[in-house]
Design a binder for this molecule. Structure first.
Ligand code: NAD
Ligand code: GLY
Length: 360
């Protein structure tokens, strides 16, 4: 097992990464306020891992309740969030009960938001079971649900007490979901870690083959990058926005098509290529840089073009991005492979041209 720390003062927490951690509830025990936990999961992950986690906790004297939600991005919404509250209240969970989110980013984001607001805040723990959640969404305390008009628009910054990433859970992850997670792994290389990008160029097929050592390396390196950024800028006043490379375009794809049509990672991949294209048009990336970024995404089985929505739809949806400030859209672009910047001056024509060039 490897352990990283998210250095946030009194809100600091460990990220444990390893195989078989799900059965080792002694890792969880020190982070519970009382021996009582509510596990929030869904009807895909629950049948695979709920029993094991429940048993492991019971063996440590922890009483658990479970809330099993319907699966999917389309359920990251108010009615489903309310089902978490129904379950917590129905089981008489207390403010000191710990909510454990067992699942991918949807469960982690929604469970975290429920924890942030239930009785004004209960402790919570992330047990991520997708590659995307292990490398990104479980770390950093962004919690949210979607709104029909915008992705992750309703939420809170609320840090977990612990992230327990059991890499063995990735064995059961569908192929398409594994590839979607790779989009966020590639992101870290692109925005701030050129050696990581080069490692990915050399080792991508090992990740696709689920080589345990390669997966552990990618999860750890991603979390190390994320933990560093989050520790420096917890609530995204500056640098943390760089983690959103490709996301403004990507969120427009997800919202524009309807949640769940494209996976988040797929939308981020196509969005990253739009950001790369725009960076090329600004003279920051060369043709060979864009080709290099595209090649890695293609090898990962990710889309490198967005769906053909009207460009005006993209621009409309992007106008309500959370990075809009005083009406100005701020985009994350690439100065070079391995170096992202926040840029507010691209201008609508240039943005539209980059989208148009990167639509299917
Ligand atoms: P997801 O949670 O929908 O999980 C993907 C699919 O895999 C689901 O069907 C899920 O039930 C299933 N699954 C999960 N674990 C499994 C396992 N071990 N074996 C088999 N099936 C499994 O999607 P995701 O890609 O994990 O997360 C995407 C979400 O994360 C989006 O809503 C996105 O907005 C959010 N996100 C949040 C942050 C953040 O910082 N909070 C960062 C990135 C993404
Ligand atoms: N996934 C973007 C962030 O955590 O800030």
């Amino acid at each position: 097992m490897r352990t990283l720390n998210v250095a946030l003062g009194e809100r600091a927490y460990p990220i444990h990464i390893g195989r078989g951690l799900l059965d080792n509830a002694s890792l969880i025990l020190p982070h519970l306020k009382t021996p009582r936990a509510a596990i929030v999961t869904n009807d895909v992950v629950g049948p695979l891992y709920l029993e094991r986690l429940t048993e492991a906790l019971r063996a440590q004297g922890v009483r658990t309740s479970a809330v099993v939600l319907p699966d999917g991005e389309a359920h990251k919404d108010w009615p489903t969030l309310n089902r978490v509250f129904d379950g917590l209240l129905g089981e008489r969970c207390e403010r000191s009960t710990t909510l454990i989110a067992l699942g991918g980013g949807v469960i982690g984001d929604m469970g975290g938001f429920a924890a942030a607001t239930y009785q004004r805040g209960m402790p919570f723990i992330q047990v991520p079971t997708t590659l995307l959640a292990q490398v990104d969404s479980s770390v950093g305390g962004k919690t949210a649900i979607n709104h029909p008009l915008g992705k992750n628009m309703i939420g809170a910054f609320y840090q977990p007490k612990l992230v327990l990433a059991d890499i063995a859970t990735l064995d059961t992850l569908p192929e398409r979901e594994l590839k979607a997670g790779l989009a966020e792994v590639i992101k870290y290389g692109l925005i701030r870690d050129l050696p990581m990008f080069e490692w990915l160029e050399a080792n991508l097929e090992r990740l696709l083959a689920r080589d345990p050592e390669a997966l552990a390396w990618a999860v750890e390196r991603s979390c190390a990058n994320k933990a560093e950024v989050v520790a420096a800028d917890e609530t995204e006043q500056g640098e943390r926005a760089l983690l959103n490379l490709g996301h403004t375009f990507g969120h427009a794809i997800e919202t524009g098509l309807g949640y769940g049509e494209w996976l988040h990672g797929e939308a981020v991949a196509a969005g990253t290529m739009m950001a790369a294209e725009l960076s090329r048009r600004l003279g920051w990336l060369g043709d060979e840089d864009v080709a290099r970024i595209e090649a890695l995404h293609v090898r990962a089985g990710l889309p490198v073009r967005g769906p053909r929505l009207p460009v005006s739809t993209y621009l409309d949806l992007m106008a309500s991005d959370k990075k809009v400030e005083a009406g100005r859209l701020r985009l994350i672009l690439l100065r070079a492979v391995g170096r992202a910047v926040i840029h507010a001056d691209a201008g609508p024509e240039l943005i539209a041209a980059a989208i148009e060039a990167r639509c299917a």
